[in-house]
Design a protein around this ligand. Structure first.
Ligand SMILES: Cc1cc2nc3c(=O)[nH]c(=O)nc-3n(C[C@H](O)[C@H](O)[C@H](O)COP(=O)(O)OP(=O)(O)OC[C@H]3O[C@@H](n4cnc5c(N)ncnc54)[C@H](O)[C@@H]3O)c2cc1C
Length: 476
């Protein structure tokens, strides 16, 4: 087995003490430049803070760019009623009604800019209310927005520790220049994995309540020279007979029985992109691995690439529309769905999601279903909200217990495994980031802890920045 395995017995060595250069100081430090980090940096800057954004890769976007996770999932009250995991919906004319957007603010600003650059399709009935986008243009637009907002950034910087005790005063980054420190009055953890909060000693949970298992990882890839019409015609000619079964799934079944496909996932999920002859494939699945273990990540990268090779060969050999298609790009990193969920002043639950619960301290909203890819193998659980409904996410979910001057945003906020499977989508991660950015900026300006900022003030500034909080600030 080429991937290094976690040793059965752990030995360790003491490292020498070291000094770090101070790379910069700011009102707000945002760690991680994915959807949440972009929202946080831009939200804090718009609220008047001086901001530094640090990212481990050489570009921004997080899963949207590094893991080629496409499209931006719907942020509207209606979702395709058909089995989502059947996955061809966004390549075919939709069979569901219109929805109302429930996320605004920075997401909309980014989308407008992407659409103008030819890098995204506006959400509509035709796209199934998702937003197909081009990840390379996403990287450029992110840089443009940060530049315009005056956000300073540090790339190639991996956060490995925090400074401060109980109150986070900054973070330590591993870089080519050796360890560096960025100091700030408030820090926002947008690493997806809650790395900073974990270093600061915040409590967290991992996985399902009964067995601790998390959602599987998926390596996404793009194929080009794909004939969308030929594929769509084939799917139309072989309609779904019962849940998720039509001609394509029959081909998958036969190839699996012949041993040409050996995949944990029973179906394939395709998404359109803004480019007519390109398709995004979300079909590899690696279970039993955790994205905060270097051994598991190594194993998962290896296994998912083996799966990708099988899928590409299968599509080219058997599936109309893919005859001349070829693999253009796979993710720089495998996509990690779920790791630490930091425990905050409130933990959002699956009941809150399905009941479309409302909270006084709402700072973002979500209408995406509970969507759990089976941590053990085949199957995906999907549970929708009542039609036309959305739930609130309270500010308290962004405030880690027992730690001051720190907020979390994005997929590592405080929620159960079930709730996490809903709010993890990128538009919502960005809205959570914007809220954390605003709260951190207000805290830094007043020299108080983020926890001491009244939620009404966060809501007022979010509303000023164009966020959609179901009109709650009008009542304030
Ligand atoms: C396979 C897959 C398919 C998905 N499909 C969709 C979809 O179709 N639509 C949708 O909307 N959502 C989808 N999601 C969910 C979505 O991509 C994520 O939940 C979302 O990106 C979370 O945003 P985030 O900013 O919290 O984290 P991330 O996107 O993970 O960003 C975290 C950022 O922090 C950086 N970082 C991490 N650790 C450190 C560190 N220690 N120091 C410095 N930087 C660090 C990372 O490099 C990254 O840039 C999917 C997820 C996966 C894995």
């Amino acid at each position: 087995m080429p991937a290094l395995k976690h040793p059965a017995e752990i030995s360790s060595v003491e490292l020498p003490a070291r000094r770090a250069q101070v790379a910069g100081e700011a009102d707000v430090l945002v760690v991680g430049g994915g959807p949440a980090g972009l929202g946080a940096a831009l939200g804090a800057a718009a609220a008047g803070a001086q901001v530094i954004l640090a990212e481990r890769y050489s570009f921004f976007g997080g899963n949207a760019t590094a893991a080629l996770v496409m499209p931006l999932m719907s942020f509207h009250t209606q979702h395709p009623p058909a089995e989502f995991s059947a996955g061809v919906e966004t390549l075919l004319p939709p069979d569901h009604g219109p929805g109302d957007p429930i996320v605004a603010g920075i997401v909309v600003k980014l989308l407008d800019r992407l659409i103008k650059a030819g890098g995204a399709l506006a959400p509509s009935l035709q796209t199934g209310y998702v937003v197909p986008f081009d990840p390379e243009l996403f990287k450029l637009v992110a840089l443009e927005l940060l530049d315009e907002a005056g956000v300073q950034f540090l790339l190639h910087a991996f956060a490995s520790a925090v400074i401060g005790d109980g109150r986070v005063e900054g973070a330590v980054f591993e870089t080519k220049s050796g360890p560096v420190v960025v100091r700030a009055r408030a820090v926002i953890d947008c690493t997806g994995d809650g790395d900073v909060a974990a270093h600061a000693g915040a409590p967290f949970e991992v996985g399902r309540a009964d067995d601790g298992l998390v959602q599987p990882m998926t390596l996404m890839f793009r194929m080009v020279e794909f004939e969308r019409e030929a594929f769509a015609e084939y799917v139309r000619q072989h309609p779904r007979e019962w849940r998720g079964v039509h001609g394509l799934w029959d081909l998958i079944r036969r190839a699996s029985e012949a041993g040409e496909l050996r995949l944990p996932r029973e179906d394939m999920l395709f998404f359109a992109t803004p480019h007519a002859r390109e398709v995004s494939v979300n079909s590899t699945r690696v279970t039993g691995t955790l994205g905060t273990s270097v051994w598991d990540l190594s194993y998962a990268e290896w296994q998912s690439r083996l799966q990708m090779r099988q899928i590409v060969a299968f599509l080219r050999r058997y599936v109309p529309g893919f005859e001349r298609a070829y693999l253009a790009q796979s993710g720089t990193s495998i996509g990690v769905r779920e790791t630490r969920r930091i425990l905050g002043d409130y933990q959002l639950t699956g009941d809150d999601v399905l009941a479309a619960r409302k909270f006084d301290d709402v700072i973002a909203r979500c209408s995406y279903p509970i969507d759990i890819h089976n941590p053990r193998g085949a199957g995906t659980l999907l549970q929708r909200l009542p039609p036309g409904e959305a739930y609130d996410i309270p500010l308290r979910c962004l405030l880690p217990k027992g730690v001051e001057s720190l907020l979390v945003a994005g997929r590592c906020i405080s929620g159960t495994h079930e709730a996490h499977s809903s709010y993890r989508v990128m538009p919502v991660a960005m809205a959570l980031g914007q809220a954390a950015g605003v709260c951190a900026a207000l805290a830094a300006r007043r020299r108080v802890a983020p926890r001491a900022v009244p939620h009404r003030e966060v809501q007022r500034e979010l509303a000023r920045q164009g966020a959609d909080l179901r009109g709650v600030t009008r009542a304030a």
